[in-house]
Design a protein around this ligand. Structure first.
Ligand SMILES: Cc1ncc(C[n+]2csc(CCOP(=O)(O)OP(=O)(O)O)c2C)c(N)n1
Ligand SMILES: [Mg+2]
Length: 474
């Protein structure tokens, strides 16, 4: 008969814990047993007192010598002779294993040891739906929703996505040539931002993260403003167009409660407006995200949380981020609707967002939208994603990207052709290049300007810092 593995595990665990946490208080005081004084080995002593942990034959009881048997010892981390090796005199003395008492509730257990329960009732069921209209090959899987029907109805969406990518390429090029600060490329995620923005009213409020330039541009933030911001100039967050939209949040997820707060203000003022918060898959691991969803659900706030699930949080893959099968199901914890959508299908994104924004505006409360997409570029321009993900993975995802997909659809169904494409690319390049030129020609703000954009009244200590900075810059 072999030794009870649980007993062995407990015995080993007890010894190792005692050795590695020498100062931790145990159930019995540490003392070195003295066989001459009639002391038994600690395990034998434990058994004699009836610890309730089961027993093993005496013949199998190892004679305790004060040394840890080789098969129980952890791998040597500090071999003898290494700088951190501990001598016998510094070694923490072994302590007897703690006594474990199995606590059993006699009424809950069958004599055989099987737990007996009354039949469980299903008290709630949940499911998550995933929405797509246009597949990666550019073909519609079912008739398009009304907003997307009719000649050229989708050209503005296509134009907005190509515009965002044109801006993105220029921004990366400026950073690579030392003329822009660190920048987070959005390539591959154009449909998320465009779908979100096209579903919002101008008076709604966008609360974006740092990769949401596509949504910002489509909301009316100018390329010049975005270049200024990513060039370190806060005037770029003082949008001439969408005055109420928030500046980007670099801290991950901290803007989700802000969005809930914006929505609460709208509700208190009885304004028919909606806040839309954009955040990433990694952000959904944070407490701020759950707190925001929770309060939005409880108070039925007019807010939509949109997660751009691009499969990566810097170098952390989606699979290491959460055990949840979908991000959308996180809505269940807050009791609000959650829906997954193909985030590279701008038609699906726009339609799902129109429904979620409409529900919020009509008093129906918040929704969580998970947009499945992929970050085709580096996390930022200071990242090199080739170090943690294979090229093959990225190449495969290029086949699903949103712009080629819609172009394919337009060419097949809407008469989009080479001439239209070339004209569009030329016009957008001219617009973005002109904005870049204006950005590069703009005089930098004075050093003290960094204190100007946070407070209506600057706190005294920051005033002192400002004076010091301005004096140093003179
Ligand atoms: C509060 C906070 N913690 C950590 C960071 C560092 N950080 C910057 S981006 C990022 C990953 C975010 O991933 P995700 O939410 O998926 O957004 P993505 O970058 O993929 O768009 C982290 C951890 C941060 N900016 N803010
Ligand atoms: Mg991400």
């Amino acid at each position: 008969m072999s030794e009870n593995p649980h007993t062995v595990a407990r015995r080993r665990g007890g010894r190792e814990r005692g050795r590695s946490t020498g100062s931790r208080p145990g159930p019995e005081p540490a003392r070195t047993p003295d066989p001459a004084a009639g002391d038994a080995a600690p395990h034998a002593e434990t058994r004699r007192r009836g610890s309730g942990v089961g027993s093993f034959p005496a013949s199998r009881t190892p004679a305790w010598t004060g040394a840890i048997p080789a098969d129980v010892r952890p791998p040597a981390q500090n071999p003898p002779g290494s700088p951190n090796a501990r001598s016998a005199s510094t070694r923490t003395p072994l302590r007897p294993a703690p006594r474990y008492v199995r606590r059993t509730n006699p009424t809950s257990r069958h004599p055989s040891g099987t737990l007996e329960r009354p039949p469980a009732q299903v008290v709630a069921r949940f499911e998550i739906r995933s929405v797509r209209w246009i597949g990666p090959d550019g073909h519609a899987v079912s008739p398009l929703p009304p907003f997307a029907r009719g000649p050229h109805a989708l050209v503005p969406l296509y134009t907005a996505m190509v515009r965002a990518r044109t801006f993105d390429r220029k921004a990366v090029a400026l950073q690579r040539t030392g003329r822009l600060g660190t920048y987070p490329p959005l390539v591959g995620e154009e449909a998320v931002g465009v779908g979100v923005a096209f579903a919002m009213d101008p008076a709604d409020v966008l609360v974006p993260a740092y990769r949401d330039q596509a949504a910002q541009l489509s909301r009316g933030v100018t390329p010049l403003e975005l270049f200024l911001y990513w060039g370190g100039d806060e005037r770029g967050s003082d949008f001439a167009g969408p005055r109420r939209d928030f500046p980007v949040s670099i801290p991950v997820a901290s803007h989700a409660p802000h969005a809930a707060g914006v929505a609460l203000a709208m509700k208190i003022r009885r304004e028919p407006r909606v806040a839309v918060c954009l955040l990433g898959d990694g952000a959904t691991s944070k407490g701020d995200f759950y707190e925001a969803m929770n309060v939005a659900g409880v108070m039925r706030l007019p807010v939509v949380f949109v997660v751009a699930n691009n499969q990566w949080a810097i170098s952390v893959p989606r699979t290491a981020q959460t055990r949840a099968e979908t991000i959308a199901q996180k809505a269940i914890s807050a009791g609000i609707p959650g829906v997954q959508v193909d985030g590279n299908d701008v038609v699906a994104l726009t339609q799902v967002m129109r429904e979620a924004v409409g529900t919020a505006r009509d008093g129906g409360g918040p929704t969580l939208v998970e947009a499945l997409t992929y970050r085709l570029g580096d996390h930022t321009t200071v990242d090199d994603a080739r170090r943690y993900r294979p090229d093959a993975e990225v190449s495969a995802r290029w086949a699903e990207e949103p712009i080629a997909r819609l172009r394919e659809y337009l060419v097949t169904c809407d008469g989009w052709g080479r001439d239209s494409e070339e004209t569009l690319l030329r016009d957008l390049a001219a617009e973005i290049d002109a904005a870049a030129e204006r950005f590069l020609a703009s005089a930098p703000e004075p050093a003290g300007a960094m204190f100007e954009h946070l407070y209506a009244v600057l706190p005294d200590e920051l005033g002192e810092q400002r004076t010091a900075v301005e004096a140093a810059a003179r």
